[in-house]
Write a new protein. Structure first.
Length: 201
């Protein structure tokens, strides 16, 4: 597991990789307590996995601006030929329909869009990404990423490059799997062909 955060339990992001992939990690970059990424080389494929934790709606605009600028910089510095996967708590609602964002929103979200969701959609549009968990028709229990006794919503998202959207076979919440206090596990199935070297006889 790779982690970036501060003591005292405020903010923090992490990436957990399979033990078999540990030797494939070639770079770990901890940007701050809201952003980090790892780069893996698997066969001939280079994968970049970004973990993000966007500021909540009530925080000041300067904190939000720094978060989006940091995420922009990470994505801009990843070569287009490399695979990119972004996962995080974006503290925004993208809404149940694409509504002007059909190139990034698959039309299968939850409830109404808000300002945080629009920021995520604008970011995805600017970098030609798609929001994977809006791309598959699911029952509500497979869309809701945050649930408490008073609210249920979708604030956690997984993104990948639009040109790689065919690699994503499925994306959904696993009901009953609670990660933190009220968050639920969001997973994405990705199929990547890895060429094996030919053995000489």
């Amino acid at each position: 597991m790779w982690y970036s955060g501060v003591l005292k339990g405020k903010n923090g992001v992490g990436i957990l990789e399979d033990r078999d992939l540990r030797e494939s990690v070639v770079e770990v970059r901890r940007v701050n307590d809201r952003l980090m990424f790892i780069k893996l080389v698997v066969g001939e494929c280079t994968l970049n996995v970004v973990s993000a934790y966007a500021p909540q709606a009530g925080l000041n605009e300067e904190v939000k601006r720094r978060f989006w600028e940091g995420l922009d910089e990470i994505v801009r510095n990843i070569p287009p030929a490399e695979r990119l996967f972004i996962g995080g708590e974006f503290n925004g609602h993208i809404g149940s329909s694409a509504g002007g964002y059909s190139e990034v929103h698959g039309g299968f979200g939850f409830r109404d869009r808000n300002g945080g969701g629009t920021s995520l959609l604008d970011f995805a549009k600017a970098f030609e990404l798609v929001i994977a968990n809006s791309s598959f028709s699911k029952r509500e229990e497979h869309l809701v990423t945050f649930q408490s006794t008073v609210a249920k919503t979708q604030i956690d998202y997984l993104l990948l490059r639009r040109c790689d959207r065919r690699l994503c076979k499925d994306c959904k919440v696993i009901p009953g799997e609670t990660l933190a206090t009220h968050h639920r596990l969001l997973v994405m199935d990705v199929g990547i062909m890895i060429r094996r070297k030919k053995r000489s006889v």
